[in-house]
Ligand binder design. Sequence first.
Ligand code: UD1
Ligand code: CA
Length: 467
Amino acid sequence: MKKMAIVLAAGQGKRMKSKLYKVLHPVCGKPMVGHVMDVVEAAACERTVVIVGHGAEAVQSYLGDRAEYALQEQQLGTGHAVLQAAPLLGSEEGTTIIICGDTPLVTPATVQAMLTVHETHGAAATVLTAELADPTGYGRIIRGSDDQLERIVEQKDCTPEEGAVREINTGTYCFDNKKLFEALSQVTNANSQGEYYLTDVIGILQRSGQSVLAHCTGDEAEAIGVNDRIALAEAERYMRERIIRGHLVGGVTIIDPASTYIEAGVTIGADTVIYPGTILRGATAIGEDNVIGPQADLIDTVTGRGVSIKHSVTEQAEIGDVTSVGPYANLRPGSKLGSNCKIGDFVELKNAVLGDGSKVSHLSYVGDAKVGKDVNIGCGAITVNYDGYNKSITEIGDDAFVGSNVNLIAPVRIGDGAYVVAGSTITQDVPDNDLAIARERQVNKPGYAAKIRSRAQLKKEKKDSPS
Ligand code: UD1
Ligand code: CA
C-alpha cells in the first residue's frame, strides 16, 4: 500500500520562550524535526509533507528537499495543520503517518510496529499511545467498556476522571488517507482552546463505525513531546542515553556514560575508549582503537586508527593514524595532521597541514602553514602569520628542524632538511639543507656578575636608609 507522511511543524512553541522556532531546537545536536524526519524516512514513504508556519523559511532551509511543504498561515490547531496538506495529498489512496515535529524520541521500530498493526487490521486510524506515570499535559486515551479506543480528550478539556487516565496520545498516528481527510472536514473548534484538534478525528471515525486502534509503546521516552525547556532537557537525557547505548553495542568502551556527551551525527570505530568528560559533536567521525579523553571536546573532527586525544579541543580537524594530541592542545579549523604526528601541550594549530611523523611538542602556534614530513618544531616556536591586515603562509620542508623559540615571519619557506637555530627570528627563506641563525651573538663579561650585585646592593641601602 502507498505510504505517505505528514509532519506537523508550524507551531511557534510559545512555552519554549525562545527566538528559535520550536522544532529547530536541537536534541543531541540535531534539530527535533531532523530526528522526526529520520523516522519518517526509515518508513520509506513515497511522499512526505511538512506543515510549516512559524519559522517556515528556517524549517524549509534546514530540511531542504527531504520533503514537500504546505504552509499553515495561522496556527489554528493540529487538525487545521493537517488540512493544509489536502491540496497535495487529499486525493491519494494509502496509509498516512502523521507525526509531530516536537516528538524527537519516537523510533523507526515503533512506527514500523504501529504500521504493521494498522495495515494487518485494515484500520481507519491507529494511534501510538504510551502509559505514563505522570500524564500531565498530554491528550488522554479514552477507551470504551469493551476496552476499544473511543476518543482522545485534550488535558484542558478533561473531566477529573478523564484526567486520571495514564494512557496518553503520543501525537503519532497512521490513517487511511481518504478517511482522514473526510473526517477532518467535520472537525470543529468547539473546545476550551478554540482550536481544530486532529485528535477529534479519532472520535469522529469511531462514531461512524470505523475501526480505530491504539498501539501502546512500552518506552515512556518515546512519548516525550517537547513543549518547554524542561521537556527539552528530558528529551536530551533520553536521547543521550540512547546514543551512548548504540555505541556500546557497536564495540566502543565508554568509561562513564553519565559524563560523556555524544551528538546524534557522530560515528565511532570499535575498540575505541572514551574517557570521562568527553564531548563529541557535529559530524565527528572517530576511527578504531582511539583513546579519546579525558576532557576532549571534538567538533566535526575526523580521526584515523589508533589516535589519542586528551584534554584538548578540536574543530574541523583531520587527524591521521596513531597521531597523539594533547594534553591541552587546540586544533582549530583546517588542522590536518598526518599519521604518527605528535601535538603536545599548549600547542595551537589553525589552517595547518602536517606531514606524517612531524612533531610540535610544546607551546607553539602554527597557523596558515604547510609542514612536511618528519619535521620537528621546537618548544615555543611560532609562525607569525598576521601583520594586522593580511594572513601569510609559512612552508616548512620535509625533515626540517625548527629550534625552540623561533619566530617564522610569514610569508617564508624553510627548505627540506634545513636547520633553524633556536631563538632565531626568520624573515627570509632558508634553502634546502642550510642552517639559519638570526639572533644577536652572545657577549660574556668575565667576573662582571659580582660588580652588578654590589652596585644593586648599594642602591638598595641608599633607598632604605632614613634621610
Ligand atoms: C498534541 C496532541 C495531544 C498529544 C501531544 C503529544 C492535539 C490537539 N493534541 O498536543 O493529544 O498528547 O500532542 O505530544 O493534537 N502544530 C502545527 N499547527 C498548529 C498547531 C500545532 O503545525 O496549528 C504542530 C506543532 O508545531 C507541534 C505539533 O503540531 O509540532 C503538536 O502541537 P502542540 O501544540 O505541541 O500540541 P500539544 O498541545 O503538545
Ligand atoms: Ca507538543
